[in-house]
Design a protein around this ligand. Structure first.
Ligand code: F6P
Length: 554
């Protein structure tokens, strides 16, 4: 590792932000709102069907000016151009980062820094997906006994699962007459329980793996194939029921998938950024290719917003900078994602990989150990459920937890008062989080309820809400494929901005390798019941415990 230190904390804007933090960190947002009548207008952005209110943050106009200055000093605009232009910004893997090309206008060339136009290959694969989806939907691609395909099982993990899974759930309202299942975990319960729900004659398996070497995925794929063959189908029938999505064509053919049944994507698409490629096949099958196209179009529109809008009014940039503000100056460890939209149930899980695998890095792009914190811990669940689970800690706990509150203006289901109730809760929570309830307000309330002074003194500290908790409120008109595409692209770009500020490579993931290597060794060691004397004391003790307690291998 090199000895030089990263430059981020020496930048003028960073130093100014340090001082500025000292000045404003004691302020209460109540006071900021009281003295700034235009705060809501000044700290909000409308774009297409989206509205972002970021006024409920511990910021002033000076904060935002300094954060934008920081973005400039870190060359965020230049980094964006390098990504969009297909320079090899994934420097540790010597790769371009071009998920934006996958959702670009297919009728226009996308010429990258090397001089290549990537659009012809993108177009070919999209066309192949389109034709395939049409044949499944119109019943011309049937199962081997002639029955229509009524279930799809996507077998993949990480980026080959989380994105499509989240999107298929999010677009459930638009779903075709086809059930989509996702199997990711190597735990046999996942595949076993899924196979109980499907019929081999009417099920299509998609083996999704960029590398086609991922152990979990290949194990599940082999089990699915064995189950299929056990049902009475012969090897020739496999072609009608197993397709693959991969950048490793030879490994997929070695597995037994016919080349015409392989949908390709490329090294320049990162796994966690791959749902826009053929990895989105399960999405296109679930909702139809046209909806999938709208989903790509929404993401493309957000790409253009990101690339073309001044930093001050640029949604992903603003969200990224606010994240840096809390992460590095307030030392907030986590970031909550709270969709008040049941369809976005899996958004937090998807963002965990998108954000934490991207920005969970401890050295800069040049290998220097960072002297500041990088990626936050991402977590969350849907509202209103979270209100009845962890919101107590948000309101009265000791930690500062910035939170994104996300919802739709219009519901997709017009049933009674549900949506109004949902929105009321959504708005109430961010108000409660910012405003809180101080000692005198609590006293007045308790007095009104008829408590004695002595009783009030006792209960008072428990009833006080400090408030001043930061939230972003993000609202879209309704959850369409287009708006969903834009929403996800927004988060991708937010993560990118933060990676640029922290000067890390957001596109590799070397940290996942060690565990994979050790698992291979331990897997072999678990083959029999003979005790081993390798590994450290604790792992050795545990391996031997499993060996003693597992059924004897004959
Ligand atoms: O182990 C992490 C990872 O490499 C992710 O980055 C990736 O999304 C996932 O595994 C699955 O990889 P693949 O698509 O190659 O099976």
């Amino acid at each position: 590792m090199t000895q030089s230190s990263p430059r981020l904390t020496t930048l003028p804007a960073w130093q100014k932000l340090r001082l500025h933090y000292e000045q404003i960190s004691g302020l209460h947002m109540r006071d900021l709102f009281a003295r700034e009548p235009d705060r809501f207008t000044n700290f909000s952005i409308g774009w297409e069907d989206f509205f972002l209110d970021y006024s409920k943050n511990q910021i002033t106009s000076e904060t935002m000016e300094l954060l934008v200055e920081l973005a400039r000093e870190c060359s965020v605009p230049d980094a964006m151009e390098r990504m969009f232009n297909g320079e090899k910004i994934n420097n540790t893997e010597d790769r371009e980062v071009l998920h934006t090309a996958l959702r670009s206008d297919i009728n226009k060339p996308y010429v990258i820094a090397s001089g290549d136009d990537v659009m012809p290959e993108v177009r070919t694969e999209l066309e192949k997906m389109k034709v395939f989806c049409e044949t499944v939907h119109n019943g011309s691609h049937t199962g081997y006994t002639g029955k229509v395909i009524s279930a799809v099982v996507n077998i993949g993990i990480g980026g080959s699962d989380l994105g499509p899974h989240m999107v298929v759930k999010a677009l459930e309202h638009y779903k075709k007459d086809i059930e989509t299942h996702f199997v990711s975990n190597v735990d046999d319960a996942d595949i076993a329980e899924t196979l109980k729900k499907v019929d081999p004659e009417t099920t299509l398996f998609i083996i999704s793996s960029k590398t086609f070497t991922t152990w979990e995925t290949l194990t599940n794929a082999h089990s699915a194939r064995a189950w299929f063959l056990r049902s009475g189908a012969d090897e020739d029938a496999l072609a009608k029921h197993f397709v693959a999505v991969s950048s490793n064509i030879s490994a997929a053919t070695d597995f037994g998938i016919k080349e015409e049944n392989i949908f390709e994507f490329w090294d320049w698409v990162g796994g966690r950024y791959s749902m826009w490629s053929a990895i989105g096949l399960s999405i296109a099958l679930a909702v139809g290719y046209d909806r999938f196209s709208e989903f790509l179009a929404g993401a493309h529109s957000m790409d253009r917003h990101f690339r073309e809008t001044p930093l001050e009014k640029n949604i992903p940039v603003i969200l990224g900078l606010l994240g840096v503000w809390y992460n590095n100056f307030f030392e907030a460890d986590t970031q909550a994602i709270i969709p008040y939209d049941q369809y976005l149930k899996y958004l937090p899980a998807y963002l965990q990989q998108a954000d934490m695998e991207s920005n969970g890095k401890r050295v800069t792009r040049h290998g220097e150990e960072v002297n500041y914190t990088t990626g936050p811990i991402i977590w969350g669940t849907t509202g209103t459920n979270g209100q009845h689970a962890y919101f107590q800690l948000l309101h009265q706990g000791t930690r500062l937890i910035p939170a994104d509150f996300i919802t739709a203006v219009e519901s997709l289901n017009d049933i009674g008062e549900h949506h109004r109730l949902l929105v009321a809760n959504f708005l109430a929570q961010t108000e409660a989080l910012v405003r809180g309830m101080n000692v005198s307000e609590v006293k007045v309330e308790l007095k009104k309820s008829g408590l004695s002074d002595e009783e009030i003194e006792k209960i008072l500290p428990h009833k006080v809400f400090p408030g001043n908790h930061p939230t972003n409120t993000l609202v879209y008109q309704k959850l369409t494929p287009y708006n969903l595409g834009a929403l996800i692209a927004m988060y991708e770009h937010k993560i990118f901005v933060q990676g640029v500020i922290w000067d890390i490579n957001s596109f590799d993931q070397w940290g996942v390798e060690l565990g994979k290597r050790l698992a291979k060794i331990i897997y072999d060691e678990l083959e029999d019941n003979e005790p081993i004397d390798t590994h450290g004391q604790s792992t050795r003790g545990l391996i031997n415990y499993f060996k003693r307690k597992s059924p004897q291998v004959s």
